[in-house]
Design a protein around this ligand. Structure first.
Ligand SMILES: NC(=O)c1ccc[n+]([C@@H]2O[C@H](COP(=O)([O-])OP(=O)(O)OC[C@H]3O[C@@H](n4cnc5c(N)ncnc54)[C@H](OP(=O)(O)O)[C@@H]3O)[C@@H](O)[C@H]2O)c1
Length: 290
């Protein structure tokens, strides 16, 4: 979303001044010309509802929510794009295997909380990198084996080396920037690096990322680094959602939301997320909850 309001080249079209800001949401059907939906049904869209109270959209860009599988807000979290991103990113791009050491940046965020739990459910060791002791404590509750505070560690690369003496097998990178640079100095042989998000570069506006270059470490570890975009894996969504719903039904998934109230507070909620203040999935309640 941050990239969509910047003029720099992105994988998707940007949002211009005067356009409705894109955003995923859960909506209640008020009226429908489609025989598939009736008033009172709940549907979710990954992007097209946008930041507004009401939307007129094609039935082809929404999915019906089955509240028996998971409560409504979960469809914006582990049953939504972020859960799919965590699952498919780790399984497909990361190729996680039991015994792997998996390090996740923005670990206490929405994608990060789910990714850490999936890593543990798959038999991996999960390491959280995040910005506060409170967030590390939350990650430990979720099952992460260890947490590293990137804001207070004087030497982040050394702190990671201490926690992961055999190196990182899978790096789920939600941030890029200095955290990425520190992890690249700690790769295990045949490490896989999933480039999922670049929030630390949010203000660079297309300028070159001027951190150190670690091509030698990529060679020495014979590591693979891959840009990951969940939208490329729509053929895997049903499988991923089925797996996530099974874990949830078995009581194996924890989730947490950070809810702001009122559409008018959406920009503020967005800024909270970009400044590390959210704990769990940042949501905005735009109407009474069903
Ligand atoms: N590639 C895809 O298909 C795909 C799909 C969905 C989401 N994503 C990406 O996944 C990432 C996580 O998304 P989310 O919705 O789950 O958000 P989130 O993790 O709930 O919130 C973003 C987090 O980023 C961290 N952060 C903010 N500024 C930072 C900085 N300068 N340096 C380091 N960390 C910073 C903060 O956590 P700390 O407290 O740890 O700093 C913040 O809470 C985002 O980058 C998003 O764009 C990618």
């Amino acid at each position: 979303m941050r990239a969509r309001i910047s003029p720099q080249k992105n994988y998707a079209a940007g949002v211009g001044p005067g356009d409705v800001m894109l955003g995923g949401a859960i909506g209640e059907v008020i009226r429908s010309n489609s025989p598939e939906y009736k008033p009172g049904d709940f549907v979710v869209s990954d992007l097209t509802f946008g930041w507004q109270d009401y939307a007129v959209i094609s039935h082809s860009v929404v999915r019906r929510i089955d509240p028996d599988l998971a409560p409504l807000p979960c469809w914006l979290d582990f049953m939504g794009l972020n859960g799919l991103t965590a699952y498919i990113g780790l399984v497909e791009s990361g190729g996680i295997r039991p015994g792997d050491t998996v390090l996740i940046s923005a670990a206490a965020g929405s994608v990060g909380q789910i990714a850490g739990q999936i890593a543990k459910l798959t038999g991996c060791r999960a390491i959280a990198v995040t910005s506060s002791e409170e967030k590390i404590a939350r990650c430990r509750e979720l099952g992460y084996d260890a947490g590293i505070n990137y804001r207070t560690e004087p030497d982040l690369a050394a702190a990671i080396a201490k926690e992961c003496p055999d190196g990182i097998d899978v790096f789920f990178d939600n941030t890029a920037g200095p955290i990425h640079d520190a992890v690249l100095q700690n790769l295990a042989t045949h490490a896989r690096i999933i480039v999922c998000g670049t929030v630390a570069l949010a203000e660079t506006f297309g300028q070159p990322d001027i951190g150190p270059r670690f091509m030698r470490q990529i060679l020495v570890a014979r590591a693979r680094i891959e840009g990951f975009l969940v939208l490329d894996y729509q053929h895997r969504y049903v499988e991923a959602r089925t797996r996530l719903a099974e874990w949830n039904r078995a009581g194996k998934l924890q989730y947490q939301y950070d809810i702001a109230d009122g559409l008018e507070n959406t920009p503020n909620a967005f800024l909270r997320m970009l400044t590390s203040k959210n704990l769990g999935k940042q949501l905005v309640r735009v109407g009474p909850e069903a």
